[in-house]
Unconditional design. Structure first.
Lengths: 346, 326
């Protein structure tokens, strides 16, 4: 093993992903850093277009190299991924790191049986025989809770229900016991009971194999359930990070606060209206000056000298905890308490 | 699969019956008398009557059609030709030859033209289409796309004559188009048809290049292709087993229809290269008001379309497991 104890299992440093389009350069990810240790789950939260999915596709090297410019560093177990050859990445994908996609129906090939699709990953990375790989596929289907796995292994994805497809997708992602699993909104398209089962399944598998998981979602409820650490993204940048307890219990960034307030609280009074964040996500083609959140921020005018619209706040992280906001800490606590009170939460 | 084939075969039969009836009716919709045409100058009413009897057209049109149908299914007796076993498609009004025999004589040439050029245009069309899709936006794509646009607007009678002038007459690289049966001499069969194959392929390749490219560009951005990459499949594997598998369906469909068109509609090609195939036969039979021959070639063309459509549906079900044959 090349990693030392000090070195995190996955380390992303100052990642920038820029696409060139006909209208100009889209800064999908603009200076993102984070670490994950083995057996830990990092939840990445953010609106559509905040750069969550792009970040993770970049880790796997699934971006279109012709249209994408990437800067920064991604180290997986000490190995640099951004400069790695396609051949090296092929050996890692599906093996050491794998990904569960959101829409299992579109993400599974309609032309191959579930069994084939699981078995081919195993064969590719372990060199197992067809028979062994098939047995392994059945074993995986059993583990993710597909009934009659020895029969269903020969079914096509369209013969599976939505929840079963997502399970099959998980079986496929886990067939080589990956050390890093990226789950991109794996439960968004599923109904709540199935969602809970899938989450339990992921937690069990993590305990069993010590897999590091990146869990991408826009659902804070899911984050509360599964994550150890949370990273909140806005406009291609990290605006706040910390442990789940810190971020959800004591948000330090107005955007995180806004996200929390736009969710109904089960223990709160029922007649309190939800308070969504006004405005819409920023254009990544032409992002706002200064803090990217300032046009939608309830506290922008509370900062002296119009700093919010002129200077980009710096994310200062101490012991894995930090937020990128111009508000003074003392000022912030008072303002946030008022805000929460008016919104009906406390 | 068996039920599918039986059902579709019955449907095909109904279609062919309707087409034969319509052809019959259309033929007689213009007032004309095939007997007068074949009787010649010094024609007496007695001779005319005799010719009608011999050709089996001495009855009203519906009765004639019924007789023709009977001939196809159980055989019939002609006053002029004696007994004709089923399937009997009659005798040519123009040269008194049996229709079926004449078509079967001409068919190998037409099939050779169609399948030979299909092999060439499939290989080149799909090949360049794949390159264009993989090199999307790069110079290879631009060259392939603009060349195929030019090639698809060319016409066979133009390219055919130009090619014959330069490649055969001027440079002598290729042989003058001619037909030798494959079973007789494979080398001569190929060299005699090489020029028509290439000319046909040049024009048809363009369509397949464009179709392959656009289908692949679509499937390459499918989620399941991305998943295949995320699993660590090699790029070659991703391309052929996933992207190409998804792109094949529509190409197979168009190919089935195109092949039927090549077999049933080879008139211009055969005229351009002075080849005596079924297409030529079709034009001649119209010119000579040769009803039995016309019916024969019409049914051949229609039959080709019907059969290839059934084949396409069956192949499609093999490619895409979501499609069930019923």
């Amino acid at each position: 093993m090349t990693s030392t104890d000090q070195q995190p299992f996955l380390s992303v440093r100052d990642l920038k992903v820029h696409f060139s389009t006909e209208d100009g350069i889209v800064k999908a990810v603009d200076g993102l850093s984070f670490d994950i240790a083995r057996g830990q789950t990092l939840g990445i939260v953010g609106e559509s277009g905040s750069g969550k999915s792009v970040t993770n596709l970049t880790i796997l090297g699934l971006h279109d190299p012709a249209r994408t410019r990437i800067d920064g560093e991604i180290l997986l177990d000490g190995q640099e991924l951004l400069t790695a050859s396609e051949r090296t990445l092929e050996k890692l994908r599906g093996n050491k790191m794998s990904m569960i996609f959101q829409d299992a129906l579109a993400s599974l090939s309609p032309y191959h049986t579930i069994g084939t699709q699981i078995a081919e990953v195993y064969r590719k990375h372990t060199g197992a025989s067809k028979k062994e790989a098939r047995a392994r596929a059945i074993e995986m289907l059993t583990r993710v809770g597909i009934p009659q796995p020895d029969v269903r292994v020969d079914d096509y994805p369209h013969q599976f229900s939505g929840g079963m497809r997502q399970r099959a997708m998980i079986a496929m992602a886990l067939v080589c016991d990956p050390e890093l699993l990226i789950a991109d909104e794996p439960t968004t398209a599923l109904d709540v009971t199935v969602q809970a089962q899938i989450m339990d399944l992921l937690k069990d598998l993590q305990q069993e194999f010590g897999t590091a998981i990146i869990f991408i979602t826009h659902d804070l409820g899911v984050i509360a359930d599964i994550a150890d650490d949370v990273l909140v993204m806005y406009g291609g940048r990290c605006v706040e990070r910390g442990t789940k307890k810190q971020v959800l219990g004591n948000p330090q960034h107005p955007y995180t606060l806004g996200l929390l307030n736009s969710m109904p609280a089960l223990d709160g009074p029922v007649d309190v209206p939800l308070s969504p964040i006004p405005g819409s996500p920023p254009s990544l083609l032409n992002p706002p000056t200064g803090c990217r959140f300032h046009p939608r921020c309830a506290f922008a005018e509370k900062v002296a000298g119009g700093k919010c619209s002129s200077a980009q706040p710096v994310l200062e992280v101490i012991d894995g905890r930090g937020s990128a906001c111009h508000l003074e800490t003392s000022q912030r606590d008072a303002l946030f308490a008022d805000y929460a009170a008016t919104a009906g939460h406390n | 699969m068996f039920r599918f084939l039986v059902r579709r075969a019955l449907g095909a039969l109904v279609i062919l019956l309707i087409i034969s009836a319509v052809t019959f009716w259309l033929f007689y919709a213009i007032p004309r008398d095939p007997a007068t045409m074949s009787c010649g100058k010094n024609c007496t009413p007695d001779m005319l009557e005799q010719i009608r009897k011999n050709l089996g057209i001495d009855h009203p049109v519906p009765v004639q059609y019924w007789d023709w149908l009977k001939g196809v299914f159980v055989g019939r007796d002609y006053a002029g030709f004696g007994h004709c076993d089923a399937p009997c498609f009659g005798y040519s009004f123009a040269n008194r030859e049996p229709v079926l025999g004449t078509i079967l004589d001409r068919l190998p040439l037409t099939l050779s033209l169609a399948f030979g050029s299909a092999v060439v245009f499939l290989i080149f069309g799909i090949g360049t289409g794949m390159i264009a899709a993989v090199k999307q936006g790069k110079w290879q794509d631009k060259v392939a796309s603009s060349a195929s646009l030019v090639a698809s607007s060319l016409q066979i009678y133009f390219v055919g004559y130009v090619a014959m002038y330069f490649l055969v007459a001027k440079l002598g690289i290729l042989d003058n188009p001619s037909y030798t049966p494959l079973t007789e001499n494979p080398a001569e069969w190929a060299s005699g048809l090489l020029l028509p194959w290439l000319v046909l392929a040049l024009i048809w390749t363009a369509n397949y290049t464009r179709m392959t490219r656009s289908q692949l560009v679509e499937t390459l951005s499918e989620d399941y292709v991305r998943t295949a990459r995320a699993k660590g499949m090699s790029s070659r594997n991703v391309f052929f087993r996933f992207a190409w598998r998804g792109a094949m369906g529509p190409i197979v469909t168009i190919f089935g229809i195109d092949l039927a068109t090549l077999i049933g509609g080879a008139m211009i090609t055969e005229y351009t290269f002075s080849l005596q195939g079924v297409g030529r036969l079709a034009v001649d039979s119209v010119e000579k008001s040769d009803l039995p021959m016309l019916l024969g070639v019409t049914l051949l063309a229609a039959g080709a379309i019907v059969i290839f459509n059934i084949a396409v549906d069956a192949v499609y079900a093999l490619i895409d497991p979501r499609i069930r044959l019923a």
